[in-house]
Ligand binder design. Structure first.
Ligand code: BTN
Length: 254
C-alpha cells in the first residue's frame, strides 16, 4: 500500500496468504499491544465469519478480506451500533468513488448493488467491566469474484464488484480509499458525534421508506422502515400505528 494517505489507519499491517479469520489475527495483535488503526488482511480465509453466526465465503485472491482495530474508549456501550453504520458509510463511499457503481446500504450494514450483496461488515466488541475496550471492524468485499467462484445458491443474492462493473477492480486502490474514508468518518464522529454520520448513512441507504420484514425473538414482524434512531437502531411503523425498534438482525424487503 505505497500510496496510503491515512495518518493511523493501516499504518500497521499484518498481511497473510491464508488465515482462519482476520478477526482472530487482530485479536493477536491486540495482545501484542497494537494501536488503533492496525490492519489484518488475508488473501484467503478458511473460516471467515459473517454476522449472526454465518460463514463468510472468502475465496483466494479475489476479495478484500480485512479487519481494522478501533479503540473508541470514549464511547458509551449503548452507542456501539453507531460504529456499524459508520463503517458501512465509509466502505460505501469508497466503493462508489473507486468504481462509480451505485452501491447502497441495507440496514444495518450490508452493501448492495442492484439488490445483490457485494459486501458485509462484522463488528465485534470487547467489553471489560461494563466498558468498551476495543472493537474489531471486519470488512468483506467481493471484489473480483467471477460467477464460477460462487456456490450456486449464493449467486441468487450475491454478486461482485467486477461482475457488476464489467471490469476488474484494483484491490489496493480500493483498500486505500476505504482506509482514508474510514479515518475521515471516524474523526468526524469523534468530534461531531453521530448526527452527521447518520445523515451520511441516510443518504446512502436503500432501507428507509420501504416495507420490510424481519424475524425477532418474539417471531416474524412486518412494518414500514421509518427512520434510524439516535443509537443507530431501525425504527419500524407497524400497521396498527405502533413503533418497533430493531437493534440487530436481518431485514427483507417486501
Ligand atoms: C456479513 O455480512 O455477514 C459480515 C461479513 C464480514 C466478513 C469479513 S471478511 C474479513 C473479516 N474476517 C471475518 O472472518 N469476517 C470479516
Amino acid at each position: 500500500l505505497s500510496a496510503l494517505q491515512t495518518e493511523r489507519f493501516g499504518r500497521q499491517i499484518k498481511y497473510s496468504e491464508e488465515v482462519e479469520s482476520t478477526q482472530l489475527v487482530i485479536q493477536q495483535l491486540v495482545q501484542a499491544g497494537a494501536e488503533e488503526g492496525a490492519l489484518a488482511l488475508a488473501e484467503l480465509q478458511t473460516a471467515g465469519r459473517g454476522r449472526l453466526g454465518r460463514v463468510w465465503h472468502s475465496p483466494k485472491g479475489k476479495g478484500l478480506w480485512f479487519s481494522v482495530l478501533l479503540k473508541p474508549e470514549w464511547l458509551n456501550l449503548a452507542d456501539t451500533p453507531q460504529l456499524t453504520l459508520l463503517t458501512a458509510v465509509a466502505v460505501c463511499r469508497a466503493i462508489r468513488a473507486v468504481t462509480s457503481l451505485d452501491v447502497g446500504i441495507k440496514w444495518p450494514n450490508d452493501l448492495l448493488v442492484g439488490g445483490k450483496k457485494i459486501g458485509g461488515i462484522l463488528l465485534e466488541a470487547s467489553v471489560e467491566n461494563g466498558s468498551l475496550r476495543h472493537v474489531i471492524a471486519g470488512i468483506g468485499i467481493s471484489v473480483n469474484l467471477a460467477p464460477e467462484d460462487y456456490p450456486a445458491e449464493l449467486l441468487e443474492k450475491a454478486t461482485s464488484l467486477s461482475i457488476a462493473a464489467g471490469t476488474k477492480i484494483d484491490r489496493a486502490a480500493l483498500l486505500n480509499r476505504i482506509l482514508t474514508e474510514l479515518e475521515q468518518v471516524y474523526a468526524l464522529y469523534r468530534t461531531e458525534g453521530f448526527a452527521p454520520v447518520k445523515l451520511l448513512w441516510e443518504a446512502l441507504t436503500v432501507s428507509l421508506g420501504r416495507r420490510i420484514s424481519s424475524t425477532t425473538a418474539q417471531g416474524p414482524i412486518e412494518g414500514f422502515a421509518e427512520r434510524i434512531d439516535d443509537h443507530g437502531a431501525l425504527s419500524l411503523r407497524m400497521d396498527d400505528g405502533s413503533v418497533r425498534i430493531l437493534y440487530s438482525g436481518d431485514i427483507d424487503f417486501r
